[in-house]
Design a protein around this ligand. Structure first.
Ligand code: ADP
Ligand code: MG
Length: 320
């Protein structure tokens, strides 16, 4: 076993020359440098709320799932207040097909009859929610599972003219139930099912719930994890990633059809959240390990950032 001498902050050996010490490995040196560089971000975001929509690829792949849980546990551990909103994507489809119910999508939104709604509710609120809660708790996080109905958090109304069946929209949000949880270090994990005033459960797009919650909580950030690098100018070209968008540019991308399908509710909810005072909204690639930490703790960030006001042209297109 190699003996080593601890390097105290006040010792002559500073962080920058740690790697010159033959007793300290390059890996250890890098690790502490990275930690040290995270300090200003931790100070800046400590006590701030970050709403994360978790879904897509990061939910299916075991290693990515683990990385997301670690990131969320770490964010909570260093004093941020993460709130997780999740969909159920592939898991819902698996259970529908086991029950021989065919899933149907229109404009990126699931068409939900009463039978489908039962499955959605069982899978999302029961199974997927508890998998996330257990995954976070296993890492020392203190997760609490809720759905929109709990504590009157979200009131649902039918989406549009009702042609999507029991697909809901957010009629109202009352985040009171979250406040004591957040103030005591719990991580709320919220599935995107909520009831209307008559007690009928509706399936709401998880991006939409995340956006409205971010607004109601006056979150610092809304982060939507998905399975593309962000908003692409040309859907099939990852090199055409749009790094930073103003509200009007984001609206224009929806109007022109550059953004469509499942990216539409994402972009719309970013716009709505920002218009209601959320600091910044990010659409990031959940297939990238530790995408959340990259977004929160680096200048460049990843993915697409939608902001109320664009940074001046001379400044780097950095995420704040
Ligand atoms: P999630 O499960 O994360 O909600 P969705 O499938 O609902 O993911 O939405 C992401 C999808 O949106 C992408 O996989 C892509 O097919 C589609 N999409 C539509 N327009 C764009 C665009 N301009 N840039 C990137 N993806 C887009
Ligand atoms: Mg979607």
């Amino acid at each position: 076993m190699v003996s080593w001498t601890p390097c105290r902050p006040d010792s002559p050996s500073s962080l920058s020359n740690l790697s010159h010490d033959p007793l300290i490995s390059a890996e250890d040196s890098l690790r502490v440098s990275v930690l040290s560089e995270a300090l200003p971000y931790i100070q800046r975001f400590s006590g701030r709320r970050v709403v994360v929509k978790y879904g897509g690829a990061a939910m299916v792949n075991e290693a990515l799932r683990e990385a997301v849980f670690r990131d969320l546990a770490l964010l909570a551990c260093v004093g941020l207040q993460p709130v997780v909103v999740h969909g159920g994507g592939p898991e819902i489809n698996q259970w529908l097909s086991r029950m021989s119910i065919e899933p149907r999508f229109v404009d990126g939104l699931r068409v939900t009859d009463a039978e489908t709604m039962d499955v959605v509710e069982m899978v999302l609120v029961g199974r997927v929610n508890k998998q996330i809660v257990n995954g976070l708790n296993r890492l020392g996080g203190r997760a609490v599972g809720l759905c929109g109905s709990d504590g009157g958090l979200v009131e649902a109304r039918v989406l549009g003219d009702g042609s999507h069946g029991l697909v809901g929209d957010v009629a109202a949000v009352n985040p009171d139930v979250l406040t004591p949880l957040l103030e005591n270090g719990y991580i709320p994990v919220i599935s995107s099912v909520a009831a209307n005033p008559q007690g009928q459960s509706h399936n709401i797009n998880a991006d939409t719930v995340a956006g409205e919650l971010a607004a109601a909580l006056q979150a610092e950030k809304l982060i939507l994890l998905t399975d593309t690098p962000g908003i692409l100018r040309h859907r099939d070209d990852p090199g055409s990633l749009l790094r930073q968008l103003s509200l009007s540019e984001a609206r224009e991308l929806i109007a022109s059809g550059v953004v469509d399908g499942g990216m539409t509710p994402k972009t719309e909810c970013c716009i709505r959240a920002l218009a209601q005072g959320v600091g910044a909204a990010h659409i990031v690639d959940g297939r990238v390990p530790h995408a959340l930490l990259l977004e929160v703790f680096t200048d460049a960030g990843i993915g697409t950032m939608v902001v109320g006001r664009l940074a001046p042209a001379a400044a780097p297109a950095g995420h704040d």
